[in-house]
Structure formats: structure tokens, C-alpha cells
Design a protein around this ligand. Structure first.
Ligand code: ASP
Length: 441
């Protein structure tokens, strides 16, 4: 398919889905308010069941999608020398924006305590169980911290795959991807195999997303029927904090990266990326936006195809700074809501694991709330134990997802621009002269 047609498909899907999703949230909120769980328990059970079906379907594709995306992304880096040079810069710059994001998330979450007024939504029984579980894990982890790191190295990758242990899986596929990248042409059968897996899991994701409307309707209805509409007001502090964090990334962190490591003008980069930002907002998927991201970078920012095709596909899968910021605030929000106290070292662990979890996140709608399980795991908690808190997060996730995807894509473009500037692979004339910009959408 030509790039123009891909863009139109992405835009079309995005617009269509977002109107549907918007409608689903409003309709779910109204129906949920009309059928409070206390008076209509069966209706509430049906909504909860339908919502769970949607969530489980998304969970089903996560492992094949993450594995194939990482292998294909790294293998596309080409020979070993290029992999080393550009790869190292990419990792450093992506780390810069993501570490800044989790620090912002932790500071905002720690200072403004977004989850402290939510005791009414969480049953005391569940809160007590979650606290006990957390305390037991914290004690066990202090005794056995080295084992925890040791367990990240998979002695049997197939076992890790079957168990859904994300960190060992990522470590294995990262090493496999590097090996495939350096062995040359002989890698074709395996890389082609994973290209097919990636394409087909993306297709399955598309099919599952057809259910996004009923799925989100059911989740919103179940949540509102449990808690009433006041849920949106009660978590407004949480929402505001997330958006403040996103604005800080956009106005402080990315400009700082550009200033420190290049001679480019950040505002020209933003102007040149406008189309990609809008498509990201519409689709809530970094992967679906990738063709537009590449088009903006090549035809407006002036980045060479060589840098674009290395840095952007990997960024669309692995660089998720806004997702990391969101996950850090979410974990702080959830633990506060369940009355769990996190000490400084545990918050540092949460930040580190949010970095890992966000980079394992596929660039698809709603992925952040699935890989967040990885961060909770180090606290000894599971999404099932925190189901009431998760119901609140799912209710508001779509609008936050659209915004964080826009940011994830923007940081991919900013990092690609800085690398291109370092490598002299950017047409500065093109970037600074809007008159010469070519059509993107
Ligand atoms: N939807 C996001 C993206 O594609 C991932 C997430 O944070 O859920 O970038």
C-alpha cells in the first residue's frame, strides 16, 4: 500500500474509532448511572463480564506482538557497526526523555497524592489484602534482592514465554534481535517469520479493536454503576497531574534534549511534526502512526531515510516516555488508594520498572494498563487484587491514551532529529523553510 493510502487508512480508522469511543464512554456513563449496582446486580455483572472479555482479548496478543516487534525492530538496524553507533545514541536519548518522565511522575505523584481521597471506592477487605500482600513481598524482597535480579535472566526462555514473565522475555528477545542483526543475510528466514507474526498480531489487534466500542461501553457502565458519576470528579486531581506531567515533557524535557545535544530549533520540529501528532491523537497507536511519523520526518524535518528507518520503528515500539510517566503516577495512585505506603527506595524501583514496562509496551491503544502489571509485580500485587482501582483507570484511559500516544510519537521524532543532526543526516534548510515542506497528509 502506498504511504498516502496508509495515512488515509490510519486517519480514517482513528476518526471513526474515536467518535465511537467517545459515544461509548458517554453512553456507558448514562447507562451505568441508570442501573446502579446496588439495585441491579445482574446488569452490573453482565457489564463486568463483557468488559473482562475485551480486556482478556487484548491481553491475548501482547506477548506475540511485543516479541515480534522487538526482534524485527532490532534486526532492521543492519550491520554491527551501525547497530553500535546509532543504537547507542538512540538508547541514550530515549533514556534521557524516559528517565525525566518517571522522575516527573514520581515527584508529582509524591507531592500531590492523587489517590488519597478514594477510600470510598475500594472495599476495606480488598485494601487490607493488598496491604498484607505488599508487606509480605517487601519483606521477602529485602532478603532476596539478588535472586530477583537473577530471575530476570531467563534460564529457559520458553518457560518465561509460557509464564508471561515479561522482563526475562524482553532480555532474551533483545539479545536474539542483536544476534540476528549482526549475522547478516542468513537471518532472513527468522526475521521474515517474525515480520509475519508482527503483521498478523497487528491485524488481530485491529479486529479486537472493533470491539473497543462495546468493550469500553461495558467497562464504563460497570464502573459508573458501581461508583456513580462522581468518579470523574474524584479523580480529577489524578487527571490534572498526568496532563501537567505531559506538558512538562513537551515544554521542558524535549527542548532541553534538543538544546544540549543539537543545534536544532525545537519549535520548528514541533511544527513539522503536527500531522504525526494529530494522527497519534486520533488512533491512540504509535504503530498505526508510524507511516505518518516517517513521512513528517523525511519530508518536513529533513531527516535522511537511513536514520528514519532505524530510529522510528524502534521508537514506536520501545520509546514510550509518556507511558512511563503515566504508569508511575498510576502505581502511586493505586497504592495510595489501597492505603499502601511506599518508601523512597520502593518508589525508585517503581520508576525503574515503569521504564522497563513502558518499553515493553506495544504501540497499540490501551497497552499501558496491561504492561503496568509488570510494575505491580515488584510490589507483590496483581491487577486482579486491585480490580476496583483498575476499573477507575479503565474508565478514563482512552482520553489519556490519546494524549500520551501523541507525546510518545513526538519524542520519537525529537530523538530522531537530534541523532540526525549529530550524524549530519538532516537537511536544515528544509526544516527551517516551511515554504519548501512537502505534502504529508
Ligand atoms: N497507546 C500508546 C501508544 O501507542 C501505548 C500506551 O501507552 O498504551 O503509544
Amino acid at each position: 500500500m502506498k504511504i498516502q493510502s496508509q495515512i488515509l487508512v490510519a486517519l480514517g480508522l482513528g476518526a471513526k474509532r474515536n467518535w465511537h469511543i467517545f459515544f461509548a464512554i458517554i453512553a456507558g456513563a448514562i447507562v451505568g448511572a441508570l442501573f446502579p449496582a446496588a439495585n441491579h446486580p445482574t446488569v452490573n455483572e453482565i457489564f463486568t463480564f463483557a468488559g473482562q472479555v475485551f480486556i482478556r482479548l487484548i491481553q491475548m496478543v501482547v506477548i506475540p506482538l511485543v516479541v515480534s516487534a522487538i526482534i524485527v525492530g532490532i534486526a532492521s538496524l543492519g550491520d554491527g557497526k551501525q547497530l553500535g553507533k546509532i543504537g547507542l545514541k538512540m538508547v541514550l536519548y530515549y533514556a534521557f526523555v524516559t528517565i525525566a518522565a518517571v522522575i516527573i511522575g514520581a515527584v508529582l505523584g509524591g507531592i500531590f497524592s492523587p489517590g488519597t481521597n478514594l477510600e470510598g471506592y475500594i472495599s476495606p477487605q480488598q485494601a487490607m489484602e493488598a496491604q498484607q500482600q505488599f508487606n509480605a513481598t517487601a519483606a521477602a524482597q529485602k532478603e532476596n534482592i539478588t535472586n530477583m535480579y537473577l530471575n530476570m535472566i531467563p534460564s529457559n526462555p520458553i518457560h518465561s514465554l509460557a509464564n508471561g514473565d515479561m522482563v526475562p522475555i524482553i532480555i532474551f528477545v533483545f539479545i536474539l534481535g542483536c544476534a540476528l542483526a549482526v549475522i547478516g543475510e542468513i537471518n532472513r528466514p527468522v526475521v521474515s517469520f517474525f515480520e509475519s507474526i508482527f503483521a498478523s498480531t497487528m491485524k488481530i489487534t485491529d479486529w479486537i479493536m472493533v470491539l473497543a466500542m462495546p468493550g469500553i461501553f461495558a467497562l464504563t457502565a460497570a464502573s459508573v454503576s458501581n461508583y456513580g458519576l462522581s468518579v470523574f470528579g474524584d479523580i480529577s486531581k489524578f487527571l490534572i497531574l498526568i496532563f501537567v506531567g505531559f506538558i512538562l515533557q513537551l515544554t521542558v524535557v524535549y527542548p532541553l534534549l534538543v538544546k544540549l545535544f543539537s543545534k536544532l530549533n525545537i519549535w520548528s520540529i514541533y511544527r513539522a511534526s503536527a500531522e504525526a501528532m494529530m494522527v497519534a491523537f486520533g488512533t491512540a497507536s504509535s504503530s498505526a502512526t508510524l507511516p505518518v511519523t516517517i513521512a513528517c520526518c523525511e519530508r518536513r524535518v529533513g531527516i535522511s531515510n537511513k536514520i528514519c528507518s532505524f530510529v522510528l520503528p524502534l521508537g514506536a515500539t520501545m520509546n514510550m516516555d509518556a507511558t512511563a510517566l503515566f504508569q508511575t503516577i498510576c502505581v502511586i495512585f493505586l497504592t495510595q488508594a489501597y492505603g499502601i505506603q511506599l518508601d523512597f527506595l520502593t518508589i525508585v524501583m517503581v520508576c525503574l520498572f515503569a521504564i522497563v514496562a513502558s518499553s515493553t509496551c506495544a504501540g497499540i491503544p490501551g497497552a499501558a494498563l496491561i504492561t503496568i502489571a509488570l510494575v505491580l509485580k515488584i510490589l507483590g500485587l496483581t491487577p486482579e487484587q486491585l480490580v476496583q482501582g483498575f476499573a477507575i483507570l479503565f474508565t478514563i484511559d482512552r482520553i489519556v491514551d490519546m494524549t500520551r500516544t501523541m507525546l510518545n510519537v513526538t519524542s520519537d521524532i525529537v530523538v530522531a532529529s537530534v541523532i540526525a543532526d549529530n550524524e549530519n543526516e538532516i537537511d536544515r534548510e528544509l526544516l527551517s523553510n516551511q515554504e519548501t515542506w512537502k505534502e504529508v497528509v
